[in-house]
Write a protein that binds this ligand. Sequence first.
Ligand SMILES: [Zn+2]
Length: 482
Amino acid sequence: MLLEAEWVLPISSAPIRDGAVWIDGAGIMDVGPADDLRQEHPAEEAKSFPGCVILPGLVNAHSHLEYSAFRDFARQSGFAEWMLRLLLARRRLAAEDYGVSALWGARECVRGGVTYIGDAAFEGWTTIRAANAAGLRARVYLEAFGIDDAKLPQTMDRLEARLEVLRKECGPLVELGLSPHAPYTVSARLYREVARFARRQDMRVATHVAESQAEVDFLGAGAGPLANAYRAAKMWRGERWAPPGIRPVEYLESAHALGPELLAVHCVQVSEADIALLGERGVAVAHCPRSNLRLDCGVAPVAEFLAAGLKVGLGTDSAASNDSLDMFAEMRAALTLSRARAAEPAAAPGVLAAAAPPLTAGQALRLATLDGARALGVDRMVGSLEPGKAADLIVVRLPRGHALARELAPAAPSAFACGDPSGLTPAADPVETLVTRASTSDVKLVLVAGRVVFDAAARTREADERIDRDFGAVRVKLGLSD
Ligand SMILES: [Zn+2]
């Protein structure tokens, strides 16, 4: 089948005006000008999307679908209070409720043009089943917690046993990873054990790290709001785990946890030396700007990551710390915050000064597509429109105003690549238009492995209503809805 649109954005090469993508079964066969592909394949069925752009499905490098029902949760809290309240609120739900929550989240992803997620999950089966039901591609990182080394052997045994069970649930679109949660909930020994196990099993690992100043203070001196919150909840009294007196990234290094299999989520509180170390070890980063902003954590130096050659993806994190799983909003936030950071005259003491030019719209789009796929190590399969890759692609309406701009603009040169500001005038630039103005309501069609998983023109209302009803009941349990 040929899918044709006003623009095709392969990401790995220049945008194609009046382009087409030829897909056969689950894969992409060819990408090019619509006229050429039509001529070469006259018998192929063609679907045309005027006023739209075809691009690779979006990659959400970090999510927690299980927490989709937690939207509006603890809105006014700083990081430490939010974390504590989340750990306590978790107990109000049964495992099945997390399944409902994940299913709703998977549906939100697909409707928003996301075709791949790197998801950290407490239960695991929740996101696996949700992804399978929604037709979403996923890596589900099973979470591990444990600051108390006395329980370490049981923690590892349980983890391995759960992986064995979950492996049977994974369909062709889902694979498993491991996620030791964060330096303030995972001991150095547990980090080391998980890293060793993952390398042996050839599995990928994700961990939250250097998210907040509270984390830095807790690791550095067992002090600050996180330490206070833990003490208040009697979750840590300082007997079994002593603060190592080093920075979060150094803590992971001391545990031999830094390696090319690792996705380091957040990395807001990092020094120049931390960035250099992450680069040296081949660690990728998941940038979650809206979550960081919501929890008063600051702005990660994403332009500096890119300048240092790090692999960087973009993630929404969970709905417990974000307003939505909308990757268009996330791209816009990344762009805006990067510009704001670069414009700051001087950094506050202890905060890394801006040392690289801010993100461009093209770079923001790459973070949400090909760069995200590289960060997760799946770029040979997804992330760009190229022959041989999976037919994971989306059709998005270009917001109004683009057609007018096109009429007014001079004939656009074709030599424009994402991230390269030369070429098209900004008004006629489909990348700039998409990143700065498109929203999830502009998503028309979503394909994963060549299969339609969302078609805005053909919604199945009954199924939607049932999921919404179950989801509403879970939110009532959380006190977030009546
Ligand atoms: Zn997270």
